[in-house]
Design a protein. Structure first.
Lengths: 665, 436, 177
């Protein structure tokens, strides 16, 4: 165009003119948007909490932020954009990548000066003047990106990060459109598996140290570190070892490039083809919020989703990679029924359901209501349990509603996941905390970084040597014996502190809330505490003696999970008619009369109460695997066949409004 | 009239046995410490302030400002740390001082420890300096035996402990904050500084008040106490902000390379003469005034005050630095020297920040290509742009130090780069030509 | 196979006592480990240090590989380390290195087949005023010439190796200081 200055190719003026999509509305990955959201939310929260504020000017806009806010965070609050790689709102700032450079004018040692600084390292102070869009800043940003890209391999076409890559985004918005680098790039072995889950590509690494800081500060295990120095710096597990941490998957998500990628997700889909739906992980009791990535009806990956009260933004590997069992070929997809020869054979849903109701009616009429029993599910939803209750108790008037297979007192823990973070003395009894209660573990790491002592003991009697004080937080699993809990109670009482039972299953108190212990199940009782339920023991004895002739087992494995294995084996080796809903074969399905294949957590909807008492509700993410049905649908149909059609069209119709505030039905 | 030179640190340098305690004491050793240990810490700092002493390691920061920032109490442990990591190319003075005058260093440390209320001192010595290490440690052992170190020293009620700590081969550990990281058993990476983090004098090693001073800086303290700050400040013939004497290690193409204690502000031409002048039959082409990070200076002017202000003003280099003066005559291939330096900084880069890590890697590859005959005209602009992307943007001064030789060599000797680009060799140094 | 003896551990404890944290003893501890392992630090050596100091193994590896004087591979008995930085370079260091290479029949960075000698290019040794300079173990050889190299190679063959027994591993307050 006439009049337009001709800009020298590869000059920074030319490069600046070429980047059109910059500023706060530039293309961002979900993680980058989440970072900004967190900063803005935290800032508002601190403001509301009355934290002292400082006032500064960002790009001409006056903004007040809580003391301690970093300049980059103040910029976000002011609506400006500052690109970054190594900064992360949950990690200490290192100022390594230099991407966040902006002009900071401040007074230091009696002089007022503006200079280019790494804004992720500077705390905002009164009177600062910040500029993020001056020519000097743009030049700096362009230069940093040119240098990062110099040795960076042009892997985008084969890199899983492509499409949700901060480096790609930052380059488009702030970087050069071409390369001037004609030398040989740094070469390393590519696609090096460093564990069962994680692949490392060192050529892509920009040494932002997010993964090493995560390993040290969040996971507390330092399983990833830097070796060598300078341009030969490499990230990796200890010299040829494996990245064996239960939190390794998080490094995949926080890596701003494709240096750390998921083996499971490798080449499974481009981010723009993968839909993301909210869900909750059910692999343990923590109830981490997850974002399930699915492509054409198939679950392809699990990422973390923000919940500051549970998992912050993290996942554990058990949940992140274990939930792929949704796709397992071992999943049951056809109802099974035991034939005349005693062999479990495939059948159809109509035959199976009919057999169940027929037998229930038969047993009820001939042996009475209490010849029927049910095991509620501690891994399925509360709604599933409610519908089971309506069938077994509502229709058939049985009061044999068992669910608790452990001996632990039923009590929501005094020590919530969040509260552990500010504990001063944490004692863990008989648990491998990173694997058993991952989110409690991550908070204990934070507590430790703040000076708390954390000790692990094996047995309750070891507590005597643990220097307990009234401030101690004692965490115990739900898998100990009744005698163990008695011992713990006495020792902690004497020390003036309390103990917290941390349940293992995703919805351990779900059946209780569904009314399995009677009409007036109040969550308040779970705060005050109830002794361990005796119903399971009663039912197992009933089965073993022959008094109970029909057992409906809802997604539970009494044979495999009940501590008194001999009793549960005998119970299920009797002549009773056993119905089991399950996703996989297990010790109980092996003894069943009828096995009903049901949907996984991702394929059904409903509510779960997590380990420290938070109620969470999710929707289905993908359709049920062909042949399987959601449990709530199965129970609805069973109720109908039993002459009790219910006005329920969705799981959301099951629980009364104000559930948890009052009693359940 | 040449400037009258004074020997303060090197006064007794050549006395036989001056590295042993008895000889050192016989020549007045530890008298200043006896004085200092009875003084108010603030009084010592005042003397240092009046003296105008600036850090002798390279940054030239006023010593009293650092010391004054310490908490004026002993509520927590304070640390006095000596930077004996001397890795700046061209610099060899601390090695000589530690070999020849270890007790001077020990006494200097002790006086400084009083001033900053430190009971513990760590002397961080680079791993290659075994002889100086043994020399200093021997002196420390003698000092303990003589009661200058240990508990309730000289009945003062104060404890003094000095430990030596060896590095293991990393130039970056000469950077103050990286040295602190290394002392704490970490990778030698620099730490955040104000405004991003508190001063080390508030929160340094192990989050306690700390200061890092160069060997020569500490070794100057006894002289300042002996003369008094005001008399020390009278020494110096140049800028009012460059007082006292400085040890210069003069190397390269001179007749008498060596370590010389020279009054600050002495004209550069006289400094050259003291070192015997450019080697016979040769002419000055360029020089690095104070360690490679300062960059190359033009062969003229020569008659300017060789001090903290005079050097940058007259040469467009970074300045006096560590005092590692390197002289290069007309046989020097400046491109090759610069290439060697780029490779040095590239090898020593800690890798923390993008500009230094990637920029120096790129630069070293470009220089290698040019040296091998594959240079292009646009490489010169490219080199400038890379320097620009590093300048002011790296995490610590290593990046900055790396680009000064590059930029100054381009400014003064661009023709040598072009010679490599056009002919694959340096026709100028081959012909013994000084300039274009 | 663990090589730290009780004596090694006592040495490490004495080093730890000089600092407020055990991690601060990491650099000196690695010198000791390097001596115990015969001049270099295999992963086992780093693991032993990590275990005794209570520092994560990956941090120990990060430190050991950051500093050039900790050896990741076995080294020659006598390492002839010649400064290649600029003050030495303009005083003939490159030529001296070339001479060494030819004399020993190896390139810089390599070891003779019997493992006795290696020639290595190192950075500024702080001997600039007496350039060119080279270092073997704890000894500097300044104003080095080809004759220096000849004499050195002849004498070193009978001298104990300081790579295998690095002088840096000695306890500072003890020994023949």
């Amino acid at each position: 165009m006439v009049g337009t200055p001709i800009l020298k190719p590869d000059s920074w003026e030319h490069n600046i003119a070429m980047s059109t999509q910059n500023g706060p509305d530039r293309p961002k990955t979900p993680a980058e948007s989440a970072d900004v959201n967190k900063v803005v939310t935290d800032t508002k929260a601190a403001q509301d909490a009355g934290v002292p504020m400082v006032s500064l000017v960002v790009d001409g806009k006056s903004v007040s932020v809580p003391k301690g806010t970093l300049v980059i965070e103040a910029a976000f609050s002011a609506g400006s954009d500052v690109p970054y790689f190594c900064y992360h709102p949950r990690l200490t700032s290192v100022g390594a990548c230099r991407m966040c450079l902006a002009s900071v004018e401040l007074e230091m040692f009696g002089q007022r000066r503006a200079s280019i600084m790494a804004t992720c390292t500077v705390p905002a102070a009164d009177g600062m003047v910040i500029k993020t869009t001056t020519p000097d800043v743009k030049k700096a940003q362009n230069g940093v990106l040119e240098l990062i890209l110099a040795n960076h391999p042009l892997d985008c076409p084969v890199c899983d990060r492509g499409g949700e890559c901060p480096l790609q985004n930052m380059t488009i918005s702030y970087g050069p459109p071409n390369t001037r680098f004609i030398e040989d790039k740094r070469r390393y072995v590519k696609a090096l598996p460093i564990s069962d889950h994680v692949v490392l590509d060192r050529e892509r690494c920009i040494t932002c140290m997010r993964c090493t800081r995560f390993a040290s500060e969040i996971a507390g295990d330092s399983k990833l570190g830097l070796i060598n120095r300078g341009a030969q710096s490499e990230v990796g597990p200890f010299l040829g070892g494996t990245f064996d941490s239960n939190f390794s998957g998080n490094t995949i998500e926080i890596c701003p490039v494709g240096a750390l990628t998921s083996r499971q997700f490798r080449f499974k889909g481009r981010p723009w083809e993968v839909k993301s739906s909210d869900s909750i992980c059910t692999k343990c009791s923590n109830g981490c919020n997850i974002a399930v990535g699915h492509r054409m009806g198939e679950v392809v990956r699990i990422n973390g989703r923000v919940n500051e009260d549970i998992n912050e933004e993290w996942t554990c590997d058990k949940g992140k990679f274990g939930n792929a069992d949704v796709n397992s070929s071992e999943r049951l997809t056809v109802p099974l029924i035991r034939d005349a020869h005693g062999v479990l054979v495939e059948t159809d849903w109509d035959t199976a359901l009919s057999a169940v109701i027929t037998n229930m009616q038969f047993v009820s009429e001939n042996y009475g209501a209490n010849a029927i029993a049910a095991f509620g599910t501690t891994t399925g939803t509360i709604e599933d349990n409610v519908l089971l209750g309506k069938l077994v108790h509502g229709v058939f008037a049985s009061s044999n509603l068992a669910y608790q297979l452990t001996q632990a007192p039923r009590r929501l823990p005094k020590a919530t996941i969040v509260s552990v973070e500010s504990a001063k003395h944490i004692v863990i009894v008989g648990m491998d905390l990173p694997y058993d209660q991952p989110m409690y573990y991550l908070r204990s790491v934070k507590a430790q970084r703040n000076g708390a002592t954390v000790i692990s003991v094996q047995t309750p009697s070891d507590l005597n040597g643990a220097n307990l004080t009234s401030e101690s937080v004692v965490l115990v699993p739900d898998t100990l014996s009744a005698a163990d809990y008695e011992a713990i109670k006495l020792i902690t009482l004497a020390a003036g502190c309390d103990y917290s039972v941390l349940v293992s299953d995703a919805n351990a108190y779900g059946p209780y809330l569904a009314g399995f212990d009677g009409a007036d199940a109040w969550v308040d009782d779970l705060h005050t505490g109830l002794p361990a339920s005796e119903v399971a023991n009663h039912v197992l004895n009933g089965l073993a003696s022959g008094a109970i002739k029909h057992a409906f087992v809802l997604a539970s494995d009494p044979v495999g999970a009940y501590a008194d294995n001999q009793l549960s084996n005998r119970a299920f080796s009797s002549d009773a008619f056993v119905v089991v809903t399950s996703q996989f074969m297990n010790a109980t399905t092996a003894k069943a009369s009828v096995v009903l294949p049901v949907a996984s957590f991702a394929e059904t909807a409903g509510s779960y109460l997590n380990v420290d008492g938070q109620l969470q509700t999710v929707d289905a993410v993908v359709p049920p695997k062909a042949g399987t049905r959601p449990q709530w649908q199965v129970l609805l149909e069973l109720n109908a066949r039993a002459g009790n059609p219910l006005p329920v069209f969705n799981p959301s119709d099951v629980l009364p409004t104000g559930f948890l505030q009052g009693g359940s039905e | 009239m040449p400037v009258e030179q004074t020997q303060l640190l090197y006064r007794h340098r050549n006395v036989p046995g001056i590295n042993r305690l008895e000889t050192y004491v016989a020549h007045g050793g530890y008298e200043q410490f006896r004085k200092a240990v009875a003084m108010d810490p603030e009084a010592i700092i005042e003397e240092v302030k009046v003296s105008g002493l600036r850090g002798r390691g390279g940054a030239g920061f006023p010593t009293h400002i650092k010391w004054n920032a310490f908490p004026k109490n002993r509520d927590v442990e304070h640390y006095f740390i000596i930077n004996a990591d001397e890795g700046e190319p061209g610099t060899a003075k601390d090695r000589d001082l530690m070999n020849a005058l270890p007790h001077l260093l020990v006494e200097g440390c002790l006086c400084s420890m009083v001033a900053v209320r430190a009971a513990k001192c760590y002397i961080y010595i680079r791993g290659e300096y075994i002889e100086p290490w043994k020399s200093v440690q021997k002196a420390i052992n003698e000092a303990y035996a003589a009661g200058f170190l240990g508990k309730n020293v000289l009945g003062s009620g104060l404890d003094f402990d000095i430990y030596t700590h060896l590095g293991a081969g990393a130039y970056e550990c000469g950077e103050e904050s990286a040295l602190m990281s290394s002392l704490m058993g970490e990778r030698g990476m620099p730490r955040l500084k104000p405004p991003a983090a508190p001063l080390p004098m508030i929160s340094g090693v192990w989050k306690r008040p700390s200061v890092v001073n160069n060997v020569e800086t500490a070794a100057t303290i006894p002289a300042i106490l002996e003369l008094g700050g005001a008399k020390y400040a009278e020494i110096g013939v140049g800028s009012p902000r460059s007082r006292g004497t400085k040890l210069f290690s003069v190397s390269g193409h001179v007749n008498k390379p060596g370590i010389y204690e020279i009054v600050l502000g002495t004209p550069f031409s006289e400094v050259l003469d003291i070192a015997g002048g450019v080697r016979d039959g040769h002419q000055l082409k360029t020089y690095i005034p104070g360690g490679s990070s300062m960059g190359f200076a033009p062969p003229t002017p020569l008659d300017y005050p060789f001090d903290y202000e005079g050097i940058p003003q007259n040469t467009q280099t970074l300045g006096l630095g560590s005092g590692g003066l390197m002289i290069f005559d007309e046989t020097t291939d400046v491109f090759k020297v610069t290439h060697r330096l780029v490779d040095f900084y590239h090898h020593e880069s800690c890798g923390k920040c993008t500009p230094c890590r990637e920029g120096l890697d790129w630069l070293s590859k470009i220089y290698a290509r040019i040296a091998a005959g594959g240079g292009r005209e646009q490489d010169i602009d490219l080199i400038w742009d890379i320097c620009d992307s590093i300048r002011g943007k790296s995490f610590c001064a290593l990046g900055e130090g790396a680009i000064w030789p590059v930029m100054t060599s381009l400014r003064l000797f661009r023709h040598e780069y072009l010679s490599y680009i056009q002919h694959g060799r340096n026709t100028y140094s081959e012909a013994g030509q000084l300039g274009a | 196979m663990a090589k730290f003896t009780d004596d090694t551990k006592r040495r490490l404890d004495a080093l730890i006592a000089r600092y407020p944290t055990s991690q601060a003893a990491l650099l000196p501890a690695l010198w000791v480990a390097q001596e115990v392992y015969g001049g270099w630090l295999p992963p086992e050596a780093m693991q032993e240090v990590a275990d005794h100091l209570g520092v994560p193994a990956s941090d120990v590896a990060g430190v050991a590989t950051f500093y050039t004087m900790y050896n990741k591979r076995p080294v020659a008995h006598h390492r002839i380390e010649i400064c290649q930085n600029v003050a030495c370079m303009v005083n003939g260091a490159d030529e001296l290195i070339g001479y060494c290479e030819r004399k020993l029949g190896i390139h810089a960075g390599e070891m003779t087949t019997d493992g006795t000698f290696s020639v290595e290019r190192v950075e500024c040794l702080g001997a600039c005023c007496h350039a060119p300079a080279l270092m073997v173990g704890s000894t500097y050889y300044e104003n080095a010439t080809e004759q220096t190299v000849d004499k050195l190679i002849a004498e070193l063959a009978d001298m104990p190796s300081e790579s295998v027994n690095p002088p840096q591993s000695q306890m500072p307050e003890q020994g023949e200081f």
